[in-house]
Design a protein around this ligand. Structure first.
Ligand code: HPA
Length: 251
């Protein structure tokens, strides 16, 4: 029996289908998380929920306290974390509305507190530690999500390299071309340091990315928030179905 935590991304600041039991405000050696952790049940299973950007969507990607969020979720009892994240699609099969379960990530972010292993931080250790990060996502949870998608007849893309950019602005067309040359297939602003911090805490962490828009330059025109919101609505509906199928089969 494991406890699944869901980190909601843009478009999933509230998990309407969750039956809320209580909200726990957990302080951490790294400060406060984006909000209280919601403890509740989803399709008959106990889950934890935390909206990455806060319940009122008030923390931009570069100012999310990723360390506090993951620390608090572990403190609340999570051993598995499903990170839901809005992304831009780069590869041709990753158009708006598509769900992707990435298997690799490249970090282009800067200036974000990105480790628990810091001297005097009250964190994990005072000695130098290097985590293995060859496979940045938990393969067990990735495979469970893929099986759940298959069982629930939900189309998902298996694998892909997530480019984690700094934001909060979107990229230029030239930046997206460079990311593509680097081997990236999808682009988002929150994948790092979240994935690495989860590994440092030995949490089984996987991502379900929801394509909100074609990445800059991939579809000619400009990217509007109206389009992003419209595409995310449909995508998040599918995330709900994927969660249902996952919680019915696993956990
Ligand atoms: N780029 C980066 N992050 C994003 C995008 C994008 O195009 N869409 C949603 N999050």
């Amino acid at each position: 029996m494991s406890t699944l935590a869901i980190i909601g991304g843009t478009g999933l600041d509230a998990l309407g289908i969750l039956h809320v039991d209580k909200r726990e405000l957990i302080n951490t050696p790294f400060g406060e998380p984006s909000g209280p952790i919601t403890r509740g049940s989803l399709f008959g299973q106990e889950v934890l929920f935390l909206p990455r950007h806060g319940y009122n969507h008030n923390f931009p990607p570069h100012q999310v306290n990723y360390r506090a969020n993951l620390w608090a979720l572990r403190e609340a009892g999570a051993d598995k974390v499903l990170a839901v994240a809005a992304v831009g699609g780069i590869r041709a099969d990753m158009g708006p509305g598509r769900l992707i379960i990435p298997d690799q990530i490249i970090d282009y972010t800067w200036g974000r507190p990105s480790t628990f292993f810091e001297r005097g931080s009250g964190g994990r250790s005072e000695s130098v530690t290097h985590i293995d990060f060859t496979e940045p996502y938990c393969e067990e949870l990735r495979q469970q999500l893929l099986k759940a998608a298959f069982a629930g007849n939900i189309t998902v893309v298996d694998g892909g390299t997530y480019a984690a950019t700094q934001g909060p602005r979107l990229e230029t067309a030239a930046e997206i071309e460079r990311l593509e040359r680097d081997g990236c297939h999808l682009v988002g602003m929150t994948g790092m340091p979240e994935a690495a911090l989860a590994r440092e805490l030995e949490l089984c962490y996987a991502c379900c990315a929801v394509v909100a828009n074609w990445a800059a330059g991939k579809n000619g025109g400009t990217i509007t928030m109206t389009d992003i919101e419209k595409n995310l609505k449909g995508g998040m509906q599918q995330v709900g179905e994927l969660l249902e199928s996952h919680l019915m089969s696993f956990n």
